[in-house]
Design a protein around this ligand. Structure first.
Ligand code: HEC
Length: 176
């Protein structure tokens, strides 16, 4: 290969690289790189192929339905990350910052033995931990029971809450 050819090839590569760098740079200018981690809004899923919202409010899978479809293993992993610093999940496990949660699903609110609940949560004693109450609680503890000692911001994603609740269902002798 003579040096003229080598120069031409070199120049061609240089031009190509510059053009590529330029278009990447322009791309960064045009498209903001800090894309939000979550969609800003979620389009409602049409129910039964009908109009969105035709059957009840948009996205209206009840939490109980979501729990039956959820994966308890995924819930266990979430709970290990989000809850285990304050709660044990073992049968007869110790109260930590919060009460042991074995058997909590279906039990009366604020009724785990050996734990001194806040007046805020004790005020809900007449209620039970159904999928609905658990979901409302886990979404925003301080909204469910203003003044609660559970210093936890909440689990914003309904799917994550459903998985955690499905996991809580497995923590009982009856299995459900
Ligand atoms: C920072 C510590 C902390 C974290 C994290 C935390 N909790 Fe709690 N939790 C508490 C405390 C404290 C209470 C008792 C609240 C009260 O008495 O007001 C509680 C109460 C509860 C109760 C009510 C129990 C009963 O018998 O009524 C449930 C259910 C519960 N937590 C579930 C969870 C789950 C599930 C997670 C993870 C998604 C979680 N908590 C994360 C501290 C925590």
């Amino acid at each position: 290969m003579d040096s003229k050819n080598a120069n031409r090839i070199g120049a061609a590569i240089l031009v190509a690289v510059l053009a590529m760098a330029g278009s990447i740079g322009a791309g960064y200018l045009v498209v903001p790189s800090d894309i939000p981690a979550h969609a800003l809004f979620v389009l409602p899923k049409p129910a039964d192929g009908g109009q969105p919202g035709a059957a009840g409010p948009p996205g209206a899978e009840s939490i109980a339905e979501a729990v039956t479809h959820a994966d308890p293993k995924a819930g266990q992993a979430l709970a290990a990350r989000m809850c285990a610093m304050c709660h044990s999940f073992a049968k007869g496990g110790p109260a930590m910052i919060g009460p042991d949660l074995y058997g909590v699903a279906g039990s009366a609110v604020g009724d785990m033995p050996g734990y001194d609940f806040s007046p805020a949560l004790a005020a809900h004693k007449a209620e039970h931990w159904t999928d609905d109450t658990l979901s409302a609680w886990l979404e925003a503890p301080a909204r469910f029971a203003p003044g609660t000692r559970m210093a936890f911001p909440g689990v914003p994603e309904a799917g994550d809450r459903a998985a955690i609740i499905a996991f809580l269902h497995t923590l009982s002798d009856g299995g459900k």
